[in-house]
Design a protein around this ligand. Structure first.
Ligand SMILES: [Fe+2]
Ligand SMILES: [Fe+2]
Length: 208
């Protein structure tokens, strides 16, 4: 699947979940609201993790998308903090609803910004084929994380190397010479692994 379609689908899922949570506010029984909030939390954290591991490292390397990428990563930090605060607060009470509204506003603005600024510029940074390859990698990583093998990495936002660039400045093929996580196998591709580690940008945009 094309990476942009996959990310857009995630946005639509998050928007629908946030609306359903808002619709539950005011109900005496808050169990559905709690269940939906947990679903939203997992969806937002997983989505942000995927973008930070596989999408923004590429966009940070292009002048065209660098500023939008920086803004997006800042938004992710804000959203994580809001999700953590909501998670720690009692559901009953107006503070939780006020905080939810804050998350709703921030996440909605962020997703619109991504759709208008970042994802629209993706075709300038990546070819159609590369977008397909990126989509495949996002899909594989998403499924791996959804089965709970590595949710700790999502919660703590552990970074992993971004794909190395070829000599023309374009990201190298995501499926060629790399594992499904985008990291070349150090045993079979020692040179590529070394390159990937060297060119790895942290989500903050600071080269390690
Ligand atoms: Fe995002
Ligand atoms: Fe997004």
């Amino acid at each position: 699947m094309d990476a942009l379609r996959l990310l857009q689908q995630d946005h639509e899922q998050a928007r629908a979940l946030m609306q359903r949570i808002k619709d539950e506010v005011g109900q005496t029984d808050s169990s559905a609201r709690l269940r939906l909030f947990r679903e939203l939390k997992d969806a937002l954290l997983l989505h942000a993790h995927l973008e930070e591991q596989h999408v923004y490292p590429i966009f940070q390397q292009s002048e065209l998308t660098r500023d939008s990428a920086r803004q997006a990563l800042e938004d992710h930090r804000t959203m994580r903090a809001l999700v953590d605060e909501l998670d720690a607060m009692p559901l009953a009470g107006f503070q939780w609803v006020a905080k939810l509204n804050e998350l709703y506003e921030t996440a909605t603005r962020h997703m619109t910004m991504e759709e208008v600024d970042v994802l629209n510029q993706a075709s300038e940074v990546l070819t159609g084929e590369e977008l397909e390859e990126l989509g495949t990698m996002l899909d594989v990583t998403k499924k791996e994380l959804q089965v709970g093998t590595d949710m700790k990495a999502v919660e703590s936002n552990e970074p992993s190397p971004s794909p190395p660039l070829d000599s023309g400045g374009s990201p190298k093929s995501f499926t060629d010479e790399t594992s499904t996580s985008g990291i070349p196998d150090p045993k079979t591709h020692p040179r590529q692994y070394k390159e990937a580690m060297k060119t790895y940008d942290t989500p903050d945009g600071n080269t390690k």
